[in-house]
Design a protein around this ligand. Sequence first.
Ligand SMILES: C[S@@+](CC[C@H](N)C(=O)[O-])C[C@H]1O[C@@H](n2cnc3c(N)ncnc32)[C@H](O)[C@@H]1O
Length: 323
Amino acid sequence: MYVPSSQAVHPYCNTTTSATAAAAVRLSGTSRIALKEGTFDRRRLNNMNAGGSDSDGREFKNSDEMWREEVGDQSKKSEWYNKGVSYWQGVEATVDGVLGGYGHVNDADIKASEAFLNSLLAERFPDAGRARHLVALDCGSGIGRVTKNLLIRFFNEVDLLEPVSHFLEAAQVNLAPENLMVSDEYKAANFYCLTLQDFTPEAQRYDCIWIQWCIGHLADDDLVSFFKRAKGGLKPGGFFVLKENIARAGFVLDKEDKSITRSDSYFKELFNQSGLHIWKMKDQNGFPDELFAVKMYALAAEMPRRVNRSRTRRSINKPGLIK
Ligand SMILES: C[S@@+](CC[C@H](N)C(=O)[O-])C[C@H]1O[C@@H](n2cnc3c(N)ncnc32)[C@H](O)[C@@H]1O
């Protein structure tokens, strides 16, 4: 992650000039919780064919040009994924580690996610209440931060998927029953040491597949095929939540951890290719200004029908029949 200091400023910071950019320092950490990009380049169209830049300040005409260079053949693609995982293998298994030194945003993150999830569950399963046995999958789960602070309180079973073994081992400890403050109706069930691009879920197991701060590691084609496969892992009525950093336009490639930050319209094009609809969206508030914007998307294979629990004006005006 790039961290601005009084002497050196991140090349993507709003305030950066090219002179200060040259003096930027790179400190260890992660860019998945990353500092935002610099001055908006109006030449960039607002979609996935728009230009982008990398963490060294290099500009790309479009994402195809970048992907050709980064994952253009099978050996480059393997290198991309290996470097991504290697990066995380060198990070300590703590909240601060998985949040790139921004451990203090954990509370604001969980609070906003909880409000979003509550609204989704209320709308999606209004009458099921606690009677429904809910199951979630936490993708790129790291040390189980999202499961421990959020998912385990809502879902009877949570599975975790994470390719970095020391993170997954920490998650197993963090989520051991004796370390949880929930009743024994709620538990972490399965721990999969796998990448998203290599994972196919069990058919119709999940009510919710939660994907936070990890999809940037996937190339576009793998992202789309992941979502297409993962749709088969949803129960009827199930949904995805994607919570991610958002670039203002185009994309920003992080060369250190091999990930990209996509714009909102870039994501929308990929959702479309995956056959997914945006059912609800919400912006994350309360994060430090120097971070990328963060959005939460609730995605479903079919557009969920709105549940209207109040009687319509027509039905209110129509007297009931006693037969
Ligand atoms: C910024 S951390 C976020 C962890 C967790 N989602 C959270 O919010 O606390 C990014 C995570 O993505 C994982 N990751 C990296 N490449 C991945 C891949 N190809 N598939 C799935 N997860 C990946 C990393 O190992 C790391 O745990």
